[in-house]
Ligand binder design. Structure first.
Ligand code: AMP
Length: 278
């Protein structure tokens, strides 16, 4: 496994890799969810590249950029274990040579205004711009993203389709703790009490999924009831709970749909989502 920092080092190492190349972009602080992405790339590609970069452009003012967990040594051990070929851990100046952002940005379309986009203005432009840069710099055949960030995955599929990037975008199912909590690098912020309250998210999604044979209203009612046990108690503040089509458009009468939730538990913001069949 090679570990590189600068653009020049990366380009030299990239040129040695056999095709097809799989890319797994991450912000580090790797957990079993990231490991599943790396393993999927390892299973399907001749070479696996991962980027390890906390992207300032996707954090808003007052968000957790400064305190975001940084655990490069432990991350490298995970990468080594999965059999990654090349880890690129650039500095901010390597990705943004003109300062912490770009002049030109990739703006998400209408899907970028919903859900997370409504709560975090500019977030998805920051995500799509850095993903666009890494896709151009790495030129992978396939790129792997988690369903955990379902709206992000949807927008990255649209980015690749709409701008003809020629990369196959692969979605990987969410990895959870045995009690249902979706793995997230931000879970380290949770106190034991907060972690218990955070379980309301996955419980609400499961309740919604189980009610899906009764239709969309039943899904929302069941999930809301489960969240309501915690919401407003001060322990949990819900940003949204929404049922949408799999493309995040209109809810279908029948068939596959997606139930998505975001809530703050103390000062930690958590998101989760699940597939439902109406
Ligand atoms: P992050 O480092 O949080 O930017 O995440 C890097 C990638 O890992 C993104 O594609 C995420 O969707 C994915 N990811 C994060 N958490 C999980 C999880 N629990 N299960 C599957 N994928 C995940």
């Amino acid at each position: 496994m090679r570990v590189v920092r600068t653009r020049a080092e990366f380009a030299a190492a990239r040129a040695q890799l056999p095709a097809p190349v799989g890319l797994v972009p991450t912000m580090g602080a790797l957990h079993a969810g990231h490991r599943a992405l790396l393993q999927a790339a390892r299973d399907e590609c001749a070479a696996v590249v991962t980027t390890n970069f906390v992207n300032p452009m996707q954090f808003g003012p007052g968000e957790d950029l400064a305190k975001y967990p940084r655990t490069l040594d432990a991350d490298l051990a995970v990468c080594e274990d999965v059999g990654v070929d090349l880890v690129w851990a650039p500095g901010v100046e390597d990705v943004y040579p003109r300062g912490g952002a770009t002049r030109v940005r990739i703006e998400p379309g209408p899907v970028g205004d919903l859900l997370e986009g409504a709560v975090r203005p500019g977030h998805f432009a920051g995500v799509l711009t850095v993903v666009g840069k890494f896709l151009n710099l790495v030129r992978p055949d396939r790129a792997y993203f988690g369903e955990k960030d379902y709206q992000q995955l949807t927008l990255i599929r649209q980015l690749s389709d709409d701008l003809d990037l020629g990369v196959v975008i692969v979605g990987v199912p969410t990895v959870r703790e045995p009690d249902g909590l979706a793995l997230s690098s931000r879970n380290v912020y949770l106190s034991p009490d907060e972690r218990r309250h955070a379980l309301a998210l996955s419980r609400a999604l499961s309740a919604g999924r189980d009610a899906a044979p009764q239709g969309a209203l039943a899904v929302i009612a069941a999930a809301t009831a489960e969240l309501g046990r915690e919401d407003g108690t001060g322990a949990l503040a819900v940003d949204y709970l929404e049922l949408r089509g799999t493309d995040l458009g209109e809810i279908p009468e029948h068939g596959p749909a997606r139930l998505l939730v975001a809530a703050r538990v103390g000062s930690t913001r958590l998101i989760d989502n699940v597939a439902v069949t109406l």
